[in-house]
Write a protein that binds this ligand. Sequence first.
Ligand code: ATP
Ligand code: MG
Length: 594
Amino acid sequence: MKAKKTSTGNEILPKSLWKFYFKYAAKPMRWLLVTWALLFIVWDIANSTWWPMSQQKIVALFENGIGGDGFFEHGLITIGIIISLFLVFDLMNTVHEQMAAHWKPRAKKNISETLTNYVHSQSITFYNNRIPGKINSQINYITSGFETVFDFTAIISTMGVILLNMGLVLSINKYVAFVLLGSFIFRIVYSVAMMKPVTKASQTASESSSHLSGHIVDSISGFSIVKLFNGAKHEDNYLEPLRIKNLKDQIKSSFLQRIMWIIPMFLWDILFGAVLVLMLVLYMRGNIKVSEIVFTLSVYQIVQGNIGYIARTIPRLVDTIGSALHSYSELNQPIDIVDAPNAQPLVLSHGKIEFKNVSFKYKRKYVLRDLNLTIKAGERVGLVGTSGAGKTTLVNLLMRFYDPTHGQILIDGQDIKNVTQNSLRNAISFIPQDPTMFNRTLRENIAYGKPDATNTEIHNAARKAAADDFINAAEKKYESMVGDRGIKLSGGQRQRVAIARAFLKNAPLLILDEATSALDSETEVAIQNSFEKLAKGHTTIAIAHRLSTLRNMDRIIVLDKGHVIESGTHQSLLRKKGHYANLWKMQSGGFLQE
Ligand SMILES: Nc1ncnc2c1ncn2[C@@H]1O[C@H](COP(=O)(O)OP(=O)(O)OP(=O)(O)O)[C@@H](O)[C@H]1O
Ligand SMILES: [Mg+2]
């Protein structure tokens, strides 16, 4: 189930959670849901009403005292009818349970699929400000919310049971019926009045729950730092206030839910005493039969059970739905990087890249200022600059992970804001500074660049990335799992998997952000040769702190405080004796000779 796409190719979700439930969870199986709900209502009402009626019939059988064979036969027929109906009800129960066993997992799948896809269509900024563990628990809240909506059918049928039984009592004695009705109305009014504070408390509790679980996941995934710094105690101290806040919020929410049914429960016990006294009086006056007393007590029990059910269920519904509403509003945020209306696929003819007066800030402070840079088609450019100078930011803008605050970025004359994001990113092979791995096999991680790649293509890419040796040495070779975020690989191996992934993708524009920083010189040289072959005819931007890797680039650009301060070949920049020459001197002075 995919979220609806706008004409611009961006995922959008309905504003309201109810519309979302209807469209994405209910619509694909609405007949199953309608049949299930109707069957449930009919079953619940019939089953709960037949119980007191059958008791009355049995007592009446003895009360009316038909003697001899007739009594036995009459009795058998009555019992036969009672049992047959119960068997029919049990059958209905089995069918609707089976139906629920079908629709609940399907609804879960539809909701989780739609929301995961939606979250994947969000921009990088969305993730910058969120913890992944929290997103996951919010999706779970929204799923539980949908199942809970269907508990409303139980409320409807329960109301049906209550009203029908009250009607039956009315035919026997109006006072008892009035007692039941009054108590019922009080319960409903009381529940509605309590709804608001309960919803608010449950929203707060669910927010603090998902906040806490997000931080727990974050803390666990940072286990290596925890080990290194003996940080278990620190983590415990860090999480403790969140746990305490969550504890308080949960207790408050549960307390308000209990309050919602405790008071009516006591009231009900007192009313039961009143009904018993009433029946004593009626019996003394000869106005009620024993079978009617049995019936009334049985109805009282059924109605009490059902009202109790409503009183306990409504706060639970309010709680779960409150959490779902809150989670949905948190996830359903406008996407800030969207395709322009009528965005066209990027047409890549030569691969010329232009940054025109580009300024950018993540928050308040500008990282890039009025940056102008033209990279010719097929040119191989090295980008250097101190840490934090804005190198990664520059390539992030080129991939449209963020939009420039001012200025334009053009590829072959097309503003990247006006082309589709998919076509833009398809045109770029990017090896990031901190390669991310999925906890999947080496094959899957490499093939991410081209999901339909053949084994030969995957092996070739690995060979070019100098990754085939360590992969073939692994126990399960290409089928070896890499562990959480690639933990089972060394830093350099992770980097080579990312390089193989980019080789396999073989896109026209190549961006390397410290792509070989973790490799030994021998492996690096081996890969450099592959890069040179790959870069042939491809516009390339290579970022590196190790300047020797950029020596053979067509041009080197020096970035400082968001500006291009120098630009030229390695030799010309050395001659210029500026910033680059200084950096080079520092690096080659100790251990690198030109
Ligand atoms: N997602 C972000 N949100 C806010 N600020 C950011 C974000 N990413 C980077 N920055 C800031 O932007 C500035 C430039 O960062 P950038 O990653 O572009 O530097 P860099 O030149 O690639 O550095 P390095 O050589 O260390 O990789 C830094 O001051 C950094 O703190
Ligand atoms: Mg960087």
